[in-house]
Design a protein around this ligand. Structure first.
Ligand code: SF4
Length: 151
């Protein structure tokens, strides 16, 4: 029997925990309605970029690979690299990061109040620390790092 790989197990557990956090967020009684307008994905226009903890980045990297891509797409127009320029859809929508779920555009109901999601942010940061991270990083950097280390 092959020897257990503790790092792989750590990553697997982190992914499960972060997905649980996403599910708990979705179950919160805060009404928001994302209608895939993708305005919030235009970073140059919004001046805001989602920051990902390591667990979130692992999930995003796996989702990107599952879409058939080996590397992060280039973005030349200031949009999120996960926004497909052909379909204008997020390549990883089902597995999009926490920030994309909580910093909704005004049309979707506005951002979540920090106090309503702080307990979940703390858990994401705990998982990040367990994975050797130093906090959340902008999506491009976080994803590059995860793609390098996650196979
Ligand atoms: S990850 Fe997806 S939902 Fe989030 S900003 Fe990028 S394209 Fe938009």
């Amino acid at each position: 029997m092959p020897a257990a790989d503790p790092e792989a197990a750590l990553k697997r557990n982190a992914i499960t925990e972060v997905k649980t956090i996403y599910a708990e967020l979705a179950a919160q009684p805060i009404e928001r309605s994302c209608s895939l307008r993708t305005e919030c994905c235009q970073f140059r226009l919004t001046g805001k970029t989602p920051h990902l903890t390591r667990g979130e980045a692992l999930i995003a990297a796996k989702a990107l690979r599952a879409s058939g891509r080996k590397s992060q797409p280039e973005s030349s127009d200031g949009a999120c690299p996960m926004l497909d320029p052909f379909s204008s859809r997020c390549l990883i929508y089902k597995d999009r990061p926490f920030g994309c779920r909580t910093h909704f555009c005004a049309a979707a109901g506005g951002p979540y109040a920090r106090k309503d999601v702080l307990h979940l942010i703390h858990r994401l940061l705990e998982i990040d620390e367990r994975l050797g991270g130093d906090g959340a990083h902008p999506i491009g950097d976080a994803l590059s790092d995860a793609l390098r280390t996650c196979h």
